[in-house]
Design a protein around this ligand. Structure first.
Ligand code: GCV
Length: 649
């Protein structure tokens, strides 16, 4: 099976054999890859275009500067990687119409986040946890599999500035436990080498208990000298095999995974032990903060899962080694369509931090429904934490501006797989693309990114089709939110697989995910007189979430329990808001379908058919959400819709 070119749809013509090219730097495989892009005969550059590629030591390694004067195109980079990024940026500028050959053009960019990485949740049997686009690109039949498409994957990643990738699932089970052993490392190396030529470092998720499972030790206690020695030797072996290896990602004491708690040790003890092992080789340890009690009794209202990340990690601020990065999910729960920003951002001041988002649409439509996630990520990045007067937004923290950390950044749980179009839904490619673009430059807006994506991926379809697809993408986020769980309450999904509506699916379960809807009220009181979660925020944020009146309405039910009769700022009751948004959500999906159909003849039939099929699935899903949510609340409140629309009994 072939595969889709996604947003790099150029180069179908015969590559240019001769390019007027001056190279003022050392040759390298990365540079060769940059030149290969220029040779793809993009036809957007004039016949006599002359290119100069040059290292400029004033620029940081991954930074680039573009200068276009008449038909001369200069790409300066802080290193060959900077040049590669510059070349991709030049091609993008031409393809998105920002660069007109008749006018002078300049652009300088330095990536904001030091690390911009994908976390693949791929298992060695080839399956992907929360994967919605086929199988793994990296593993098959319990072996490392270097798929023919890996070069294309690396190119797509590099074109948007992604510089790291974790190959395997954070839940390290079965054969994946042995990925760090020689039996698999040579194959891992072949992927690492290929990716290195695109400026991408590879990382592996490790099992904290590996000294026992792989090493035959009786313990994995991070303070045990034998355990420390075992990890040091393991790191030596890995770096001897793969000198540019990035480091380890660790999910410990989380959802049943082993960790330092078993030995009465802290997360800092665990992370620092691994950090010591990789430090001599320049490696880093990325340690996840997704630690909470997943054996909760739903009857117990004193425990609040939302508090857990902060409660577990705040006391350890300042105790982590310099080469440890804490990886923090954007919200305190788990990638719901609407959550507040994790209070660890702004709370932690002495620790390297990385923002974790989920491009895989686990709770946002599973790449059957269209849901452009960049607007959600942008809101998180722009959230002012109140840690300082200025420069204290999440984007400032993860880029080191607020507290001066030099490592950190942003990662996304990947949404790719072996499906022909990589992502299941053709428009889900925008989330992969958008993650790279926004982690490179958080100042970009979701609108700019959507427009660029559509111009790059659908440039040949003409203006009308591009406008339609951009509108669909930008509309999709609020539409999805409208027909699913309301006002920040989240969950209401089918347990386990998480697709589709199930209002009480997580209500009596052990996962700490409750809406506590009764016949008269809904929501969880999380202020100082409730679970106290809101007190984890700083200054004005703490005050804002304390009261119903000042809490942003889209998060009302996350922070407060209110009667259905509670009036929102526009005068509607909460119940009427729920009815209205669910009707609107379905109508908006219908509008998106009409818009797509209106440009059918402009889009290649194959891509159109795939898109149309996905929107049919989305409509069915949205209708089901609307009818079940509205019926549920109608039944328990016995209050009809003010507008008299059809709600089932
Ligand atoms: C990889 C959620 C998902 C799990 C995932 C976990 C995590 O609970 O449903 O599939 O495990 O988050 O982020 O570790």
């Amino acid at each position: 099976m072939g595969y889709d070119q996604a947003w790099l749809r150029y180069g179908k013509d015969k590559p240019k054999e001769k390019l007027s090219l001056e190279i003022k730097c050392k040759k390298s495989p990365i540079l060769e890859n940059a030149i290969e892009e220029l040779k793809k005969d993009v036809r957007i550059f004039p016949e006599n275009a002359a290119f100069t590629l040059k290292v400029d030591s004033e620029l940081p390694k991954e930074g680039y500067r573009l200068q276009v004067v008449k038909e001369s195109f200069f790409v300066y980079g802080g290193s060959d990687v900077g040049i590669l990024y510059g070349v991709f940026a030049l091609i993008r500028a031409a393809r998105t119409g920002k660069l007109h050959v008749s006018e002078a053009f300049e652009e300088t960019k330095i990536p904001a986040c030091p690390l911009r990485m994908l976390n693949h949740w791929d298992n060695m049997d080839g399956s992907i946890e929360r994967g919605y686009a086929g199988n793994s690109l990296f593993f098959k039949d319990e072996k490392v599999h270097d798929h023919k498409r890996l070069k294309a994957y690396a190119r797509l990643c590099a074109s948007v500035g992604i510089n790291g990738t974790v190959l395997n699932n954070v839940n390290v089970r079965g054969e994946a436990t042995y990925l760090i052993d020689l039996k698999h490392l040579l194959k891992v190396k072949s992927i690492a080498d290929l990716f290195a030529d695109y400026g991408i470092k590879i990382f592996l998720s490790v099992n904290f208990a590996a000294p026992m499972t792989n090493g035959g030790l009786e313990t994995a206690d991070p303070l045990d000298p034998k355990v420390r020695k075992w990890w040091r030797k393991k790191a030596e072996l890995i770096y001897k095999t793969i000198p540019n290896f990035g480091g380890f990602l660790v999910k410990a004491d989380s959802e049943g995974r082993p960790g330092p708690f078993s030995y009465g040790r802290t997360h800092a003890d665990g992370a620092n032990m691994l950090a010591e092992a990789v430090a001599p080789f320049g490696g880093v340890i990325i340690w996840r903060c997704f630690v909470y009690n997943c054996q909760q009794d739903w009857r117990d209202q004193t425990v609040d899962r939302a508090r857990a990340g902060y409660d577990n990690f705040m006391p350890l601020d300042g105790q982590f080694s310099d080469n440890v990065i804490l990886q923090i999910k954007n919200g305190p729960m788990d990638f719901q369509v609407r959550e507040p920003v994790s209070p660890l951002f702004g709370g932690l001041t002495k620790t390297n931090q990385m923002l974790e988002v989920q491009a895989a649409q686990e709770y946002t439509g599973q790449q059957k429904d269209c849901c452009y996630l960049v607007p959600i990520w942008k809101q998180v990045l722009e959230f002012k934490t109140c840690a300082k007067e200025t420069d204290d937004k999440v984007k400032d923290i993860i880029t080191g501006k607020t507290f001066g950390q030099t490592i950190g950044g942003m990662c996304a749980v990947a949404n790719t797989g072996t499906d022909e179009n990589w992502c299941g839904h053709d428009l889900a490619q925008a989330n992969w693309y958008g993650f790279g673009r926004i982690s490179f430059d958080p100042e970009l807006t979701p609108e700019e990114i959507a427009e660029d994506f559509v111009k790059e991926a659908y440039g040949k379809c003409g203006k009308k089709a591009m406008a339609a697809l951009t509108t669909i993408l930008l509309q999709s986020t609020t539409t999805y939110e409208k027909y699913t769980a309301p006002l920040g309450i989240g969950w209401m999904v089918n347990p386990n697989h998480h697709y589709g509506v199930n209002v009480e699916g997580y209500e009596y379960d052990r996962w700490g995910t409750y809406h506590r809807a009764s016949h008269s009220a809904i929501g969880v009181e999380r202020n100082s007189s409730g679970t106290g979660y809101s007190t984890q925020y700083l200054g004005a944020n703490k005050a804002m979430y304390e009261k119903v009146e000042t809490t942003p309405e889209e998060l009302l039910l996350f922070f407060h329990r209110v009667p259905y009769s509670h009036r929102l700022r526009d005068g509607r009751t909460v119940l009427q808001y729920i009815y209205d948004t669910h009707f609107e959500g379905v109508e908006e999906v219908e509008q998106m379908i009409a818009l797509l159909e209106s440009v059918q003849e402009k889009i290649e039939p194959e891509r159109y058919t795939r898109l149309r099929e996905r929107f049919s699935m989305q409509l069915l899903n949205a209708v089901e959400w609307r009818d079940r949510v509205n019926t549920y609340f109608h039944r328990i409140t016995e209050i009809p819709d003010e507008k008299g629309r059809k709600i089932f009994d």
